[in-house]
Design a protein. Structure first.
Length: 64
């Protein structure tokens, strides 16, 4: 997996498992981008409250 240059997500919840959720979601999103780029599959994302298909190219992953 490539490194993501995004701010560290932090949760202030008491439960250790719940504190790990933001980082897990960021990893899952990055892996989905990598899979979409590798397979040529559009990534379905939400922009301005609407679902849209986004084509992810391998060159976009390196930019972060």
């Amino acid at each position: 997996m490539s490194a993501v240059l995004t701010p560290q997500l932090v949760s202030c919840l008491d439960d250790a498992d719940m504190r790990a959720v933001p980082a897990a979601l960021a990893r899952a999103a990055q892996r989905a981008r990598e899979t979409a780029a590798r397979t040529g599959t559009p990534l379905i994302i939400s922009k301005d409250g609407k679902l849209v298909e986004e084509i992810v190219r391998p060159s976009q992953l390196e930019q972060g």
